[in-house]
Design a protein around this ligand. Sequence first.
Ligand code: CO
Length: 355
Amino acid sequence: MVSREYVLELLEKLSNAFSPPGFEDEVRNIVREELEGIVDEIRVDALGNLIAYKRGSDKYPSIMLDAHMDEVGFLITHIDKKGFLRFQPLGGFDDRVLYAQQVMIMTKDGKKIPGFIGAKPPHLLKPEERTKIISIDELFIDIGASSDKEVREIGVDIGCVGTFATRFRILSKKRVLGKAFDDRAGLTAMISALKILKDTDYNIIAVASVQEEVGLRGARTAAWQVSPDIALALEGTAAADIPGIPEHKESTALGKGPAITIADRSIIAHPKIVRLLISVAEERGIPYQFKRVIAGGTDAGVIHLTKAGVPSGVVSVPCRYIHSSAAVMDINDLENAIKLVVGFVEKASKELIKK
Ligand code: CO
């Protein structure tokens, strides 16, 4: 196992990095640094997916591990005369979470500058406006400029992208807060598992994919190139073990272990992958839970449909407040996800046949 310090440091670095869909350079660089020397080959494909090969014995199947590098972000679409920026989402936001958030925007020369999502102040609102959600059309980003000219001097223009500016924090001995745990939790699990498995003889192809949040795009071309025997997508998934949600609707809960997907909107996980994950967890005493709502989709949704089909599954780390400016996660769930992935590779290599 890797140490907790390593896991926390890696998660922090990845969570703080800037990586909206299509602009995943910063996270890709971190993934590359972590994997160099651990795998046999690293390459980046035409769309920007990082594909790392850990080659082993021919007798073992090739196992694709996937985690996406992008996070929900914004695209600047208009700059007004007073220097305010209008924006549209890259990926699925809930309009409720945008107002009054701090953001960072990448300038054309790659610098990151701070900004704030503003709207009309409450005392100027009509009574009927006070109770309604402010839609993205009414919001704007203030970067402290007083004219469109000044915005452009700062280096921001239409086509620049941004993310939330939330910094990683440790909340308690077991829980952490940060942005983009979807899917930096999956990336942390994937990188850690490769570190643990580096001297083994298994065949692992680890894909850090692009553009998941806008429609599982990177994983589609990556899986086609890699053409694995089996695949496992590693994710951050919604946990709703919070006030106001009945237990049967919480989907996943913090502290109960990584979540195994039976089905979501994009895939019915292959029963042999699900069975294998459960048997690994039970044999090794790794706590686990099922994802208990058929909702959302992951890269496995496109991976399993590649070529003649790839038996695929999903392991996720439960995250509260996903797709907002921050998420809260239990570090034990992430560590147990790493153990489950490692166990999966070991057992699947020995028990599942090649195609
Ligand atoms: Co995700």
